[in-house]
Design a protein around this ligand. Sequence first.
Ligand SMILES: NC(=O)c1ccc[n+]([C@@H]2O[C@H](COP(=O)([O-])OP(=O)(O)OC[C@H]3O[C@@H](n4cnc5c(N)ncnc54)[C@H](OP(=O)(O)O)[C@@H]3O)[C@@H](O)[C@H]2O)c1
Length: 296
Amino acid sequence: MEKYQNPDTPMFSRIISGVWRWGKLPAASWRNLISRAIDCGITTFDHADIYGDYGCEARFGEVLREQPALRNKIQLVTKCGIKLVSPARPEHRIKHYDTSAKHIVSSVENSLRQLATDYVDLLLLHRPDPLMNPEEVAGAFAQLKRQGKVLHFGVSNFSAAQLEMLQSYLDVPLITNQIELSLFRHHALFDGSVDVLMKRRLFVMAWSPLGGGKFFTSPETVKTTADMLHGLSEKYQCTESQLLLAWLLCHPAPVYPIVGTTQPERLAEAGGALAVQLDRQDWFAMLKAVTGKDVP
Ligand SMILES: NC(=O)c1ccc[n+]([C@@H]2O[C@H](COP(=O)([O-])OP(=O)(O)OC[C@H]3O[C@@H](n4cnc5c(N)ncnc54)[C@H](OP(=O)(O)O)[C@@H]3O)[C@@H](O)[C@H]2O)c1
């Protein structure tokens, strides 16, 4: 499978597997999903400290403890900065953000313990924090990089201006912004969020690339889109979810979709999207099916 080629960054698989929805799965399913993903060339796994009510990293870590040789075959992404109200964190009185240096460092150190690894390939600030002190973030990132605990840094859900502001304080380069991006939620293509990444030669990580699966569970609510995708899936001899991924993959940014499936066979299906080469007019036809109108 094609990998990200920028020599300054690690190799991430072009399709990434997100574990957000894996929280309640039994251990055997985690083992199976991880191994099937790797078999399909999906070697990058997207985590956050908070996924699974602060439990997913530890579940993944159990598999790495059982099979330590897997670590060299995969890339681990994790995030910090959101604090949830949870029995796992009784000191949190309210959901809030914390991008203080102390929290970033302690969150990463905890993630490393949970994931049973010495380093993560990529750390993201999960959400823009209105109280973020960029000098503190710069200090935390420099320390984590120096200690070898984090290889690369990025952000998530940041606007173009927020990304530029943070970068101006950092000694390390941000390498990505992980944003919501799909045929159904495509505003980032038009509001400057993707443009700033392209300007800086950074890649886009697209979360909920299938719109979180709602299209499949209630297709009657988007009949025009359903009809369009059905027709195109026959034309391209692929599935509708492959079309949705191909719609992102053909963007020159480049876009790295993070699929959230809990079903191994759908990981293989996602990998197959790389072979679908969408025609430019069909790309716009898919957009029109969702917006209901031609581009201006
Ligand atoms: N940075 C952020 O703020 C942020 C926010 C949200 C998510 N994320 C990341 O993005 C990842 C992906 O998000 P997502 O899970 O919303 O992505 P997604 O791939 O758009 O949606 C996955 C959902 O779609 C369903 N689905 C997929 N194909 C289907 C089909 N053919 N028929 C019916 N249902 C289908 C899946 O069900 P099955 O499990 O049954 O296949 C699953 O419930 C997360 O795991 C997380 O790593 C990041």
